[in-house]
Ligand binder design. Structure first.
Ligand code: FE
Ligand code: FE
Length: 292
């Protein structure tokens, strides 16, 4: 299966950060100081809405069971390039958000703000490291992948799409929606089989999880693997596929989410000053080079 995609279909968003900006609108911080609907002009707001909607239309149309299988085969060989963690950070940082100059921060800043907020709350060092690396999988964008195959809420493929997933109506364009193998409540899975058995829509979460699975404690791996699984950690739509161990581990996913969404601060952390701390932390857990 080869998709022939136009430029607009590869990049419906001005930048992949639009997805996370929209998450904050959908899931505002309880006592919020972040930019929400009211702070955008009507025009700005509806423009962004249309862009995000188109992004989800493409995501829901193309993320089929077969699409995920193909992406796994393509990327989980990790034969694209070999880099040190720090080269990967620099590489990721070439992905800048130029759509929103006043609030936009580079990727490194999002990672640092997340990890510094975790550190400030006194969590263990592997949790801090998890915050610092959780979006490294976004390098997929730099390999030319469409935005909707890198970011966006993730969901199980191979079984019925929950109507709790954002814009569920767009699944009507997904061929799996009409495929009897995949369109029942359990599809190719069995009740409470455990998420490890379940294929998720393809994106930066699963890619980084597979890269890191030998190096970090299990709670860290759950946070990385499921941080975009909003249909579960916010909507509880797939409990029927989870086992007790998943439920236990999702306490960590829940703990991580506010740091990811609400850790933007007005004064950005000093990346240069913090570098030695993070160098030691990375060296403690990760090998000197990683395969992408
Ligand atoms: Fe992410
Ligand atoms: Fe993030």
């Amino acid at each position: 299966m080869k998709l022939n995609l136009s430029e607009k279909e590869i990049a419906p968003l001005n930048s992949i950060e639009e997805w996370e900006e929209d998450l904050i609108v959908r899931y505002p911080e309880p006592k919020s100081s972040t930019k929400t609907k009211e702070q955008y002009s009507d025009y700005e707001y509806s423009e962004r809405m249309n862009m995000v909607k188109e992004f989800y239309r493409l995501n829901h149309t193309y993320q089929t069971y077969d699409f995920v299988k193909n992406k796994q085969e393509e990327f989980l060989k990790f034969d694209k390039r070999e880099m040190s963690f720090w080269d990967a950070v620099d590489f990721l940082n070439t992905l800048v958000d130029d759509s929103d100059p006043d609030t936009s921060l580079d990727q490194l800043q999002h990672l640092l703000q997340t990890s510094e907020a975790i550190k400030a709350d006194g969590h263990p060092d592997w949790f801090v490291l998890t915050g610092f690396m959780h979006d490294m999988g976004k390098v997929l964008c730099l390999f030319g992948e469409p935005q909707w195959a890198v970011v966006g809420d993730t969901f199980p493929v191979g079984c019925q799409h929950s109507d709790k997933i954002v814009y569920p109506e767009f699944f009507e364009a997904n061929p799996d929606h009409y495929d009897e193998r995949y369109n029942t409540k359990f599809g190719v899975y069995t009740p409470n089989c455990g998420l490890d058995q379940v294929k998720m829509s393809w994106g930066h979460d699963e890619y980084l999880y597979q890269m890191m699975k030998n190096y970090l404690p299990e709670p860290a791996l759950y946070m990385i693997r499921y941080h975009s699984f909003y249909p579960q950690h916010r909507e509880n739509a797939y409990d029927h596929l989870m086992n007790d161990h998943d439920r236990e581990m999702f306490k960590w996913v829940d703990k991580f989410n506010p740091y990811d969404l609400y850790s933007k601060v007005p004064v950005p952390p000093d990346a240069k000053a913090l570098r030695p701390y993070y160098e030691d932390l990375v060296a403690k857990y990760l090998p000197s080079t990683l395969r992408f």
